[in-house]
Design a protein around this ligand. Structure first.
Ligand SMILES: [Zn+2]
Length: 224
């Protein structure tokens, strides 16, 4: 019998979640389902869901839970995810979203929910160091103490922080995460699904901790 591997990964912005999720999904041989990527793909294809989501993005407002849920469930229902399982990244973010997901998919929505834990004191300087070129869009990381504005190494354009990466906005997003994730994490814990993983340190070590966390709940994960 083939066991599907269904993993939810949670973590603060700046915790290195995207990179670790891509690597873990490849290792587990499951699709990496990231809500950010889903929205971009739907918008690029011009689907109805994509158009609706883009309208919220363009207005600078949050995409409603129902729309995100539709998009996620549709993706988790695709052949590859039905066969192998999935690694869900970026959803759910709130208790309401978690409950809605399990209402639709049932208790088989996840075998394990892993919190990649990197303290605010570590992610803050990382987020503050993010830079983007206003001309070519290249992203980079400023050295500690570097100037706020620099010259792009690729195109000679102007490199600055993203407009939504002010200190205030970063603090606000991290505070929102702490507020929203608290009840969600407790809920996963009550279900016996939560495993916390220390996300600080060498990326290879973090990868192996994540793999161990998944293995602790799914002993027969396929090795790739
Ligand atoms: Zn550039």
């Amino acid at each position: 019998m083939v066991h599907r591997t269904r993993v939810i990964i949670l973590g603060r912005q700046g915790a290195g979640k995207g990179t670790q999720c891509a690597r873990l999904a490849a290792r587990l041989a499951v699709p990496h389902v990231s809500t950010g990527d889903l929205f971009r793909a739907e918008a690029a294809e011009g689907t109805e869901l994509g158009r609706q989501a883009a309208a919220y993005f363009d207005a600078g407002s949050l995409v409603p839970d129902e729309l995100v849920l539709d998009l996620v469930v549709q993706r988790l229902d695709a052949d590859d995810a039905r066969a192998a399982g999935y690694l869900l990244d970026g959803f759910p973010r709130t208790l309401a979203q978690g409950q809605a997901l399990f209402e639709v998919l049932g208790d088989w929505a996840a075998d394990v929910a892993v919190e990649l834990d990197v303290p605010t004191s570590v992610v803050l300087p990382r987020l503050a160091a993010r830079r983007v070129c206003q001309d070519c869009g290249a992203t980079s990381r400023a050295a500690p103490g570097a100037a706020e504005v620099a010259t792009c190494e690729r195109c000679g354009g102007t490199v600055t922080r993203r407009t939504d990466d002010t200190d205030e906005a970063i603090h606000r997003r991290l505070a929102t995460y702490d507020q929203e994730s608290g009840p969600l994490l407790s809920w996963f814990d009550d279900k016996g699904l939560l495993v916390r993983v220390d996300g600080v340190g060498d990326p290879d070590d973090v990868h192996h901790r994540l793999l161990d966390a998944v293995r602790s709940r799914i002993p027969d994960i396929g090795e790739v």
